[in-house]
Design a protein around this ligand. Structure first.
Ligand SMILES: *Cc1c(COP(=O)(O)O)cnc(C)c1O
Length: 459
């Protein structure tokens, strides 16, 4: 068929104005923000690709649910609806509502963790690793080899290396493994999907050795899209049924509802085991709230329940994944070096390759982030040596493995013309590559420096 444009499968009922600006104004804004995109005000930004977390546009049904939310302290109707939806999706009987993903992580990992314990994942997301390490445990990442090479094409680069998994369980002893965590999709690994076969095999190994198997299901719907497209046996299975089958292998799941539940705040923990669930509920009550609301308002729970249904809509998922790929493929055709294949929620640009004349200790990723902002008001985030770099004893930079810039796409927020605009901005940024300069850091805090560091452009 000649008609190939994938249109947004929604109409716009309510609009949020974008504050437009000129390049001259942005030069000033960026200078005042010390050349750090995190320090910009949101109304100084035209297209905000900082994160896909909590930035989704809710639907008319979700907003209606917000009004309809039951704010009762105990036994809220909205809680019942959320609990039923999560139970049906995960097949797990015990559901604990939390204010966001990391609250669920803190509860479960502080219980399972502690000194001497080891956790194994395809790749631990930052908050996952932080909660595990904070408990005194050790976190080991074992993505498959293909997942470590940005240019290599593989259908499921988010998979866990199951051979290594078994070796590690034998090496540390099953009694010392806190849990095995499969992150679906693999966020830190570029939003790359995990196959059904891999999710099943991880379960078989965990259960052979009696190790707890958890899934981080933040982007389970986006992952289901890739399974249906790329795993032959699932081409005729619905997205929701794929997600249900994948989760059936696990003993528990954590979710940040700020991703695939299409809401701005929320999360949960779900478990099969009653005893473990009861221990978690004790912690939930101490730090989050009573078991029928956790850290959430009734209206939040109503919106999560609705979002978890909407996200499996075939037209939505098709639009979501294909529009991310559309941006990635266009940039790739223009010769912008990318991490391939394009993942579900973001496009990652290889800034080291794009700016070969800028050494890593002058932060080429920061250059691209600044250029995108100056030329088009696009906010992105550096994921390279600003974020992960360390210093040796001579204060010399130990660079990150890659110098990436991430364009994370909020769900249902931008239209095709916004994306076309972004592509044109890239063409302009590309023309300026030779004259673009690196940066030096003039101020940095001790931890998580990327959030608040100050930069100065080099001459
Ligand atoms: C966002 C995220 C989390 C943490 O969730 P928050 O809601 O931000 O606390 C955990 N795991 C993954 C894979 C995520 O993407």
């Amino acid at each position: 068929m000649a008609i190939k444009t994938i249109i947004e499968p929604f109409k716009i009922k309510m609009v949020e104005p974008i504050t437009m600006s000129t390049e001259l104004e942005r030069i000033d804004f960026l200078k005042k923000a010390h050349h750090n995109t995190f320090l910009l005000d949101s109304d100084q930004v035209i297209i905000d690709f900082l994160t896909d977390s909590g930035t989704s546009a809710m639907s008319a049904s979700q907003w209606a649910g917000i009004i309809d939310g039951d704010e009762s302290y105990a036994g809220s109707r909205s809680w019942k609806r959320m609990e039923k939806t999560v139970r049906e999706l995960t097949g797990m009987n015990y559901v604990l509502p939390t204010h966001q993903g990391r609250a669920a992580e803190r509860i479960i990992y502080s219980l399972l963790g502690g000194k001497g314990k080891t956790f194994i994942s395809n790749t631990h997301f930052d908050t996952t690793r932080a909660n595990i390490e904070f408990s005194g445990s050790n976190a080991i990442d074992i993505p498959i080899e293909e997942g470590k090479h940005p240019k290599l094409i593989h259908p499921f680069k988010g998979n866990m290396d199951v051979k290594k998994l078994e070796e590690l369980i034998l090496k540390y002893g099953s009694e010392n493994i806190g849990a095995v965590i499969l992150t679906i999709t693999n966020n830190s690994g570029g939003g790359q999907p995990v196959s059904m076969q891999n999710a099943r095999e991880v379960g078989e190994i965990c259960h052979k050795y009696g190790v707890l198997y958890l899934q981080d299901m933040c982007r389970i719907a986006e992952n289901s899209y890739f399974v249906k497209q790329r795993e032959k046996a699932y081409e005729n299975i619905s997205y929701k049924a794929i997600a249900q089958e994948m989760m059936s292998f696990a003993d528990g799941a954590v979710m940040s509802a700020k991703k695939d539940a299409l809401v701005n705040m929320g999360g949960f923990l779900s478990l099969k085991d009653e005893k473990l669930a009861n221990e978690c509920k004790n912690l939930l009550i101490i730090t989050e709230g009573f078991t029928t609301y956790g850290g959430l308002s009734g209206r939040d729970m109503e919106a999560i329940a609705i979002g978890l249904e909407e996200v499996f809509d075939a037209d939505y998922l098709h639009y979501r994944i294909r529009s991310t790929a559309y941006l990635g493929n266009k940039l790739s055709e223009m010769g912008i070096p990318l991490m391939l294949p394009i993942g579900g929620h973001a496009v990652y640009i290889d800034a080291k390759e794009m700016y070969p004349h800028i050494p890593v200790d002058q932060y080429p990723g920061q250059t691209l982030a600044a250029e995108l902002y100056l030329v088009g008001g696009i906010r992105s985030v550096e994921i390279g040596s600003v974020m992960f770099g360390k210093y040796d004893e001579n204060k010399k930079l130990i660079p990150a493995e890659m110098e990436l810039v991430r364009l994370a796409i909020p769900r249902r927020v931008y239209t095709q013309s916004h994306i076309e605009y972004v592509i044109e901005v890239f063409a302009e940024v590309q023309k300026r590559v030779k004259n673009s300069k690196g940066f030096k850091i003039t101020y940095e805090p001790e931890f998580l420096r990327h959030f608040t560091a100050h930069f100065e452009p080099l001459k």
